[in-house]
Design a protein. Sequence first.
Length: 765
Amino acid sequence: MLFLGYRKQIVIITLLLAVVAGYYATYLYFYHDLDRFLPKDLDDHEFLKDFHAQLEPDDSYYLIAAKNEAGIFDETFLQKLDSLTKRCKNLNNILHAVSITNISNPLKTPFGMVKVPLINIKKPDRYVKDSIAMVEDERIMGRFVSADKKTALVAMQTRPHLTQPEAEKLHADALALVSSLGFEEYHYIGKAYIQTEFVRLIQSELFFYIVVCNLFLVLILFFIFRRGWTIFIALNSVVLGATFFAGLLGFLQIPLDLMSMLYPPLMLIVGMSDVIHFISKYMDELKAGKERLPAMAATVREIGMATLLTSATTAVGFSALYFSKIEPIRNFGLTAAVGVFIAYLTVLFFTSCVLVMIKPEKLISAKRSDTFIRNLMHRNYLFVEKHPKRILLGMLVTIVLCFIGISKISTNAHVLSDVPDDSALMDEVRFFNKNLSGIRSFEMAIIPGKDKKVDDWEVIQEIEKLEKYLKAASPVNSILSPAGLFKSISQANNSNKTGAYRLPETKKQHAKYRRQLDKLPSGNFHKLISEDKKMGRLTGRMIDIGSEEIKSMNNTIRSWINDNINHDVVSFRPTGTALVIDKNNDYLRSSLLQSLVFALLTVSIMMAFLFKNFRLVIVSLIPNVVPLFVAAALIGFVGIELKASTSIIFAIAFGIAVDDTIHFLSKYNFERKKGHSVRQSVYTTFIETGKAIYLTTIILFFGFCLLIFSSFKGVYYVGFLVSFTLLAALVSCLTLLPVALIWLEKEDKDAPKIKTEATLPDIKN
């Protein structure tokens, strides 16, 4: 190989490039925003963008709940709450802040509309009366005050699309502010906090994985090679590949998010697999008596091409994620595909050049013996040869069980289901779900009919019908709608009596109230109707009961709307950030299939180009489809939510599992070209390549098992599923594949009997 003649120059250039990559790695930054996990170019997402442009985003909020065991109707507590509300308005990126201390109700007087405070802090003698009115006010209870009247809420609207530094500063400033006021107990939730907490957890776990992966790497290399120089070279190869990859992410300014926790084990595993195949083959050539350069040339010629193909197929598996319309998944797929080739090129050029520069006696351990693994592969072959029918029967039983598991797959995902149950974030979520109306928004777009506006008499009547239905037959709480605006004006015209909170009874009265509403200054209530009055919002709060249950709820609501609403007057459309995330789970099913078909076709074309044998192409697909069924079945049996963070396991599993098949078929094809029979070629492949396949799969298994230590459920399940899928791929490769080869390949009748190692002194039958 020509490049081996320039090995010193290549090593120096590689190390210099590593310094440059290390510099750009310092530009890495963290950013996690749930909006980025919304599927792009879908109709629901496009509608949501238009909806938010006309009204306001439903997720741009930050909530602080202050609790007082003695009850919120305490002058000292209310003064603190009022101070918090006023000072929150001055925080950066806060558009406005609302609590019971600054909410006013309109009141019709002879001098026009005036504002009457919901509660007068300076008049404790009125607290009892104010509290009674508040309890009867459906706009307040659950949304701003807990049912036990011990918790009051300050709701802040934030500027949309905060950057990570802006979100972190807002959260820090809000915490500093609320803690300085000396509340007995307080809680907080909101997009800025979720962004901050996600990044904090990602940073800590990423550091953990970098440390643990390197320790794991050293242990594995010591177990396999037992020589200091060999371990040092292999370790540096993997670390260099990871450094180049980190530098690329920093140079391209690709943010590190939840998917980033897969990078350390991924680069470790891919790099380790390439290193082990290269070094194992190189040592075998040295043991056969070859000099260093010829030994490495033979290694590059045989293993280099097979490893190139495995890198290409692994990259194809990751690249299949490009079909996802979810930005972080698409970015992960493309960057991971590039990372695979970075690891391969590092081993091909750097590792091979350094190995040639080291004396063989410093690389090969005199104590190192492959007897156990070679004996294992020998017995594996004998089992396959003697029991092909049992193997096929086992495959059929496995597939039947897989279909049972697949039928149990559910996409009943929750918006924050990836968050650790024992995290501070989930503690806050549980508090708001228990004491207030929940953190999930319920959004309905109100679209008036032709030549009508949201505040028309007929439209308001239909909105009221839907609002009453939702209050009676759904888990939606704290509902606000344009109908509520007219009920508020009706109450204002009747001395703010609680019983007067109702719609006007006549069109004439409605027209009067409409004129009064138009004269009021723009405020929060006007976020319920767009400026041109061609779009309205019905909004509420609820506990996140899961996407499947919410889908069923929405179907029930839609059916009721079809039967009870006059569609010539108005139409309603479910929308909102949470709903689009739910719709994404349905979309995953179709995009997942599209991605896998792309991967299978691409790998088949690559196999056909490499082997130029149609039968080998067919054979290559058999042991790689079965592990995918196993992965899908595990999802169903274990009850794992199929969502964005877990859907990628199929691409990862296929991309890596197919490596075993390629190494096996490459060696088999190489032996066949030597003129060996089918059975002899299969046996030799078992003994020489099966060893590397076995070792790398075990390493892959434990490498991905590291992910089960993640506190993020999505990452945990990726580790669990990919680990066991790779074991299924190993079993499939070393049983189904040889059986298929022996049955499908034409064997000459006069082919000589295979020569096994059963007669060698280090093999015991």
